[in-house]
Ligand binder design. Structure first.
Ligand SMILES: Cc1ncc(COP(=O)(O)O)c(C=O)c1O
Length: 434
């Protein structure tokens, strides 16, 4: 048993150290939440190991010429060579850009990997990763996953002979049983999307190691602040940085972080060959966003727990999916492997008519795709994010037209609850007071 663990291996709030001075309800920190030091990165200057400090310090000290606290945007597409066979280190911006370098180093450092790569979207990051495989290879993929990942595998990569099989990755036994001689990688989303199922990253990592399979974790929902897949056994982390990393619904970006330098170099080769890079202006915006990521994740988690607990009490709500609720099947596992429950929850209403009406009546919470922004967003996955998953499969998984997914933003949770309440009460014909 390690320091801070109870007998079940679960971290208890009083035993673990928060990187913040105030520890809010719903957020807890594990000893694994410290960052590996990367000697080359000026962000590692000093002796701090707190994620909060390191996030704020991204880029500080990197602009040696001016000492600028905010690292500048280098829009140049190309760079003068000092002489034949000589380079400043930058030749052409698809291959390398100073602003992107600062961002990519920060992504690697926050995730605890050897190499970070910034892409023009999460799908660009995933597409580049899939190009690592060959015709005839099989990928095992979480069945509870973003519909766009399903679409690119089934409607694009299948044509090139890359075969995807979907499996319940909350069950290590189910994953084990699905592995064949052709399996080259396991790609999981945890918590799942939109049903928030929780996979045991450490156990799946061991399984992948035994079978010599690449283990990839889409860390979009929890970010390195709340979940550290590379420390738990993953080889690669994927992000839709459009979501929490960006955090303000104002940029589209993606990321890959490789645990080891060799795989990182291979992924860089694929990125440079195919060109799905993040432009320098967006790199700068993402650097700025990352500086507040720990604070935002802390608040997203605390507010989501409050909203989920309230929703659970409402007569119109049949079921709430949120790992922070003790009834959730992944609750104890999340406490053991994560530093918080995150800002995403889903709930199923007891009347199919209600979902549409609720979306129409909400005033503060926007009915919009995406997630992870400071503003709360609600979606109907069956007709939006997961529309590309065949209807029968959606039905089997429980992604029905009564299921709504809520990205709890940074508004006062009392205001979010009041908005949900007025919408639910309107439907049931009750008069809303105050
Ligand atoms: C978990 C997850 N991964 C990947 C993606 C794709 O990212 P993007 O929309 O930035 O291309 C999304 C988008 O919603 C997502 O939710």
């Amino acid at each position: 048993m390690r320091v801070g663990e109870d007998e079940d291996g679960a971290f208890t709030q009083q035993n673990v150290k928060s990187p913040f001075s105030s520890l809010e309800k719903g957020l807890f920190y594990a000893p694994e939440m410290t960052l590996r030091r990367k000697g080359m990165n000026l962000m590692s200057k000093g002796s701090c190991s707190s994620l909060a400090t390191r996030s704020v310090q991204i880029g500080v000290g990197r602009d040696e010429q001016t000492g600028g606290i905010s690292f500048p945007i280098y829009p140049s597409a190309t760079y003068r060579h000092p002489g034949v066979g000589e380079s400043t280190g930058y030749d052409y911006t698809r291959s390398g850009n100073p602003t992107r370098d600062v961002l990519e180093d920060a992504l690697a450092e926050l995730e605890g990997g050897a190499r970070g790569l910034a892409f023009s979207s999460g799908m660009a990051a995933l597409t580049t990763l899939f190009l690592h495989f060959s015709s005839g290879d099989q990928l095992l993929v979480s069945e509870d996953l973003y519909g766009g990942t399903y679409r690119v595998l089934d409607q694009v990569f299948a044509k090139f002979g890359l075969q995807a099989s979907y499996v319940d990755t909350t069950s290590v036994a189910a994953v084990d049983a699905a592995i064949t001689g052709q399996t080259r990688a396991l790609l999981i989303e945890t918590p799942g999307n939109p049903l928030l199922g929780v996979a045991d990253i450490r156990a799946l990592g061991e399984l992948c190691r035994c079978h010599d399979i690449l283990f990839v974790v889409d860390n979009t929902f929890l970010t390195p602040i709340l979940q550290r897949p590379l420390e738990l056994g993953a080889d690669v982390v994927v992000h839709s940085a459009t979501k929490y990393l960006g955090g303000h619904s104002d940029l589209c970006a993606g990321a890959l972080v490789a645990k080891d330098a060799e795989l990182g170099e291979r992924l860089y080769f694929l990125q440079n060959s195919t060109g799905a890079i993040l432009p320098p202006q967006d790199c700068w915006l993402l650097i700025r966003s990352l500086k507040t990521l720990p604070l935002r994740m802390e608040r997203h988690s605390a507010s989501a727990l409050q909203v989920a607990s309230w929703l659970q009490e409402q007569p119109q709500v049949e079921k709430v999916y949120y790992p922070g609720l003790p009834e959730h099947p992944g609750h104890l596992l999340t406490k053991r492997q994560n530093a918080g429950f995150g800002g995403m929850l889903s709930f199923r209403l007891n009347d199919p008519q209600l979902a549409e009406q609720l979306l129409e009546r909400l005033q503060l919470i926007s009915f919009a795709e995406s997630l992870g922004g400071v503003e709360s967003l609600i979606t109907l996955p069956a007709v939006q994010t997961h529309a590309d998953i065949p209807a029968a499969e959606r039905e089997r998984l429980g992604i029905c037209n009564r299921l709504l997914r809520l990205s709890v933003g940074l508004e006062d949770p009392a205001d979010l609850i009041a908005d949900l309440q007025q919408a639910l009460n309107h439907f049931s014909g009750r008069v809303v007071h105050g």
